[in-house]
Design a protein around this ligand. Structure first.
Ligand SMILES: CC(C)(COP(=O)(O)OP(=O)(O)OC[C@H]1O[C@@H](n2cnc3c(N)ncnc32)[C@H](O)[C@@H]1OP(=O)(O)O)[C@@H](O)C(=O)NCCC(=O)NCCS
Length: 201
């Protein structure tokens, strides 16, 4: 009985994951952080829910605030559902993982989601605090842009809090146009994916 339940669960995971195994393999790569540690960069999968929770819980309040723009103490289920809701087309996420004590852990996630324009997506990127300045955001961003171009997306934008200097600096390094919105206290970053090859390594 237990075995058949496990088999059903396995089938459900495969069925609910719209990314075929061949594509998952094609978009999975090995890389190295600045400190020499080996990483895997791969698409988020439907069986990553617990790893996503652990990742959000690993973030400092400041990092979580900069990413979610609200001082959340815990992750509400509806937000977790939204973070896991990717369709490998207009809603996509890449994760950077390491192996620790035999367990795969997320150390960074770069994602995009839909906007009201079909060929334009909104970027979100987070790296857990103890892995900052190891080049993880750059690696994730390059893969996300490669995927977005492959999906025919033409423009990427993002909203960044005005005092989020690390992200503003990262955006400038990656070639984003930055515009201050003084009324909303945010910086709007945008990039055309048609002409620019920025962010690709
Ligand atoms: C912004 C963030 C994603 C950067 O991640 P990271 O993995 O540390 O970035 P990288 O190591 O790839 O850095 C790439 C470049 O960005 C810039 N940068 C990153 N962090 C910086 C900082 N604290 N101060 C100044 N520049 C910084 C640098 O130019 C850096 O290149 P360098 O290290 O060769 O000088 C990370 O700080 C983070 O998760 N912040 C909280 C979440 C957030 O703000 N998300 C953005 C909202 S969409």
């Amino acid at each position: 009985m237990a075995a058949s339940r496990a088999a059903v669960a396995a089938v459900e995971v495969v069925v609910s994951d719209p990314m075929p195994a061949e594509l998952l393999a094609r978009w999975t790569s090995q890389s190295t952080a600045r400190n020499g540690v080996r990483l895997c960069i791969r698409p988020l999968r439907s069986d990553d829910r617990e790893r996503e929770i652990e990742f959000i819980n690993s973030l400092s309040e400041r990092t979580r605030y900069f990413r979610l723009m609200t001082p959340l103490k815990f992750l509400p289920p509806h937000l977790l559902d939204r973070l896991m809701d990717i369709d490998y087309d207009r809603r996509m996420a890449f994760v950077a993982t390491t192996e620790e004590d035999g367990c795969q852990r997320f150390i960074g996630i770069a994602r995009y989601g839909e906007t009201d324009r079909p060929d334009c997506i909104e970027l979100g990127i987070t790296v857990t605090d103890r892995w900052h300045r190891q080049g993880i955001a750059r690696l994730l961003f390059a893969e996300l842009v490669r995927f977005a171009r492959w999906r025919g997306i033409r423009c990427m934008e993002g909203i960044v809090l005005h005092d989020n200097l690390p992200m503003i600096e990262l955006a400038k390094q990656l070639g984003f146009h930055t515009a201050y919105d003084y009324a909303q206290h945010v910086v709007v970053i945008s990039m055309s994916l048609e002409s620019s090859r920025s962010g690709e390594s």
